[in-house]
Design a protein around this ligand. Structure first.
Ligand code: ADP
Ligand code: MG
Length: 237
């Protein structure tokens, strides 16, 4: 269970969210909210992005995360796919996976590479995708597909997906939905930030969180999704 207790998140200039109290257990969770409300900020704070100053309690399976670096949180099994994946020159798509899996993995490099290539092929990514530099001169959809490969290969306990649908073609959206359904069946925790109706309608969420007006409102009332899709966020003013 990922728990945020009375969390406040600020950038250098301003407070972005306060009074954040959230619990994410196994299952699918949605996070929605107007543009600029702080959804991505929340996701980054969970991973300890140093751009933000975060106060309050964050724990995972009763382990205090607040003093842990990003990589330590990742090692505990928490994964974030970025809304806007960052290009890193000189680091290939496969190298990232290889390094991330280096600790604690028993499969050989060749098995990992063939697994990677299989996933890239299934997602119709160009030949040689494993050698391409991470998010360098990649289209929006290709970057998102790459994050899907990372998700699949790293196999986290908690996946936070920040607008995973943006830029994906229909086939890739279907792959994404299938993969998330499989994750949910394995009792993992999946947190989806999205407003894309097809994606939201593909799951029955355990909780829905609305981020608005500088704070978060989490509910198990799943009709919130329909209300938001139909009427927007005016009820949360
Ligand atoms: P959302 O994902 O809900 O659209 P964001 O979390 O990206 O919103 O942004 C929330 C607000 O915080 C916006 O006003 C944004 O400009 C601001 N913000 C986000 N990150 C930073 C940062 N690193 N420094 C300064 N302001 C930021
Ligand atoms: Mg965002």
């Amino acid at each position: 269970m990922l728990v945020l207790q009375d969390v406040t998140i600020a950038s250098e200039e301003k407070e972005i969210l306060n009074n954040v109290n959230l619990e994410f257990g196994p299952g699918i969770h949605f996070i929605v909210g107007p543009n600029g409300a702080g959804k991505s900020t929340l996701a980054h704070a969970v991973m300890s992005n140093p751009s933000y100053k975060t106060e309050g309690g964050i724990s995972f399976d009763n382990q205090d995360l607040t003093e842990l670096a990003t990589w330590e949180r990742a090692q505990l099994g928490i994964f974030l796919s970025f809304q806007n994946p960052t290009p890193i020159e000189g680091l290939s798509n496969f190298r990232l996976i290889k390094e991330a899996l280096a600790m604690g993995s028993t499969s050989s490099i060749m098995d990992k590479l063939s697994g990677f290539r299989g996933l890239a092929r299934d997602l119709n990514l160009p030949e040689g995708w494993d050698k391409k530099e991470l998010n360098v001169q990649a289209s929006g959809g290709e970057k998102k597909k790459n994050e899907l490969i990372q998700l699949s290969m790293l196999d986290p306990q908690v996946a936070i997906l920040d607008e995973p649908d943006s830029g994906l073609d229909v086939d890739a959206i279907n792959d994404l939905i299938e993969q998330l359904q499989q994750f949910a069946a394995e009792d993992k925790t999946i947190i989806i930030i999205s407003h894309y109706e097809k994606l939201l309608k593909s799951f029955v969420p355990t909780t829905v969180t609305v981020v608005a007006n500088g704070t978060t409102h989490q509910t198990t009332d799943i009709t919130t999704v329909d209300r938001v899709l139909a009427d927007g966020f005016k009820d949360f003013a």
